[in-house]
Design a protein around this ligand. Structure first.
Ligand code: ATP
Ligand code: MG
Length: 332
């Protein structure tokens, strides 16, 4: 069976609808066809400042939302990144093979460091893609399902795998990105030309999976549109309406043109009401299940510990090979 790897940062109390449409929906399907590893990448989330107690809580909440969205911890290896120390160890080795300029070209670093400002930008944010390469390569991963915002990081991962294999002998499997259609990228409802993110400065345009139904509906009703008044897909001229159409289509499985037809001659108010219903129906059961799981943190921690053990046994084998091949003296 082919190996699959993916993860999300526990950078907020709730995941957002872009994480659901761009990642979780596919993960749920793919876990049947692949030997799947799904990580809560808490080491990556350290690149943002945060309160320690809140951090721990966000990690649990993220794991609970994976499970609530249909990732089965008995079938997939669902674990917390920092529970497997090999991630940080391999990232150090790979960082010595990564060019400074090569890392500097990563657009996520450029975007995030510009957004945070010079004071809040840290070296961890710069080496983030190298840690991500370590995550993927440790598991001899064949495919990495990610949104198209991660394409460049997967390219770097492949370059590093090839570089290592060439210099030190065949060690890593060559991972392939499994990129969702461009239309699966979800934009901020208040700022429909920038990607919806857990870490957006304002959450007025972010639809959280754990939002109360009323709150989700309100955010949709207030979503930025345009003055034309026609429900029609046009990414350039009508980014707001197009984004809402994409969400509608992704959650219902209906073609965008069918949705345009349904709302032809009706205003944005009707369309938004329809969408709010779709979103609330989708998220209500997920939200309830997540909150239920969070009522029993000891049980959740137990499940995560079992899966961390499974992940570690794969990761440690790869790391031992790496240390041997690059010439670290093994402890006798
Ligand atoms: P952060 O702001 O902390 O980076 P994020 O919302 O971008 O959070 P990540 O943890 O970086 O989420 O990414 C988790 C997964 O969700 C990745 O596969 C990513 O491609 C996907 N993803 C994130 N945002 C979107 C979006 N707006 N549309 C589609 N997919 C998305
Ligand atoms: Mg992100």
């Amino acid at each position: 069976q082919q190996r699959l790897y993916s993860g999300m940062q526990p950078s907020a109390d709730s995941l957002q609808i872009g994480n659901y449409i761009g990642a979780l929906l596919q993960w749920r399907e793919l876990q049947d066809q692949y030997d799947a590893f799904f990580s809560v990448v808490d080491l990556h989330a350290l690149t943002q400042p945060g309160d320690p107690a809140e951090r721990r809580e966000k990690t649990r909440r993220t794991a609970a939302q994976y499970i609530a969205a249909g990732i089965e911890p008995s079938r997939s290896t669902l674990y917390v990144q920092s529970h497997v120390p090999a991630h940080a160890e391999l990232q150090w080795v790979l960082s010595t093979l990564t060019g400074f300029g090569e890392a500097g070209r990563m657009t996520q670093f450029k975007d995030k460091s510009a957004r945070y400002g010079a004071d809040a930008t840290n070296v961890g944010l710069f080496t983030y893609p190298v840690l991500m390469a370590a995550d993927i390569l440790l598991y001899q991963t064949d495919v990495v399902p990610v949104g198209d915002d991660q394409k460049q990081h997967i390219e770097l991962t492949r370059d590093l795998a090839e570089r290592f294999n060439q210099r030190f002998g065949e060690t890593f499997a060559m991972p392939k990105p499994m990129i969702q259609r461009e239309t699966a990228r979800i934009y901020d409802l208040q700022n429909p030309t920038s990607k919806m993110s857990k870490s957006a400065e304002s959450d007025a345009g972010v639809l959280w999976m754990l939002d109360e139904p009323k709150v989700s509906a309100k955010k949709i009703m207030r979503a930025v549109t345009d003055s034309e008044g026609a429900v029609r897909f046009d990414r350039d001229e009508k980014p707001g309406v197009s984004n809402l159409l994409v969400i509608y289509s992704a959650l219902t499985g209906r073609e965008i043109t069918a949705i345009e037809d349904e709302y032809a001659g009706r205003g944005y108010g009707d369309f938004k009401k329809g969408l709010a219903e779709v979103v609330v129906n989708e998220f209500e059961p997920v939200r309830e299940r997540a909150l239920e799981l969070l009522d029993d943190p000891a049980e959740l921690d137990r499940v995560l510990a079992v899966n961390a053990g499974k992940a570690a046994s794969v990761a440690e084998k790869t790391l031992a090979d790496v240390y041997d091949r690059i010439g670290l003296l093994r402890r006798g």
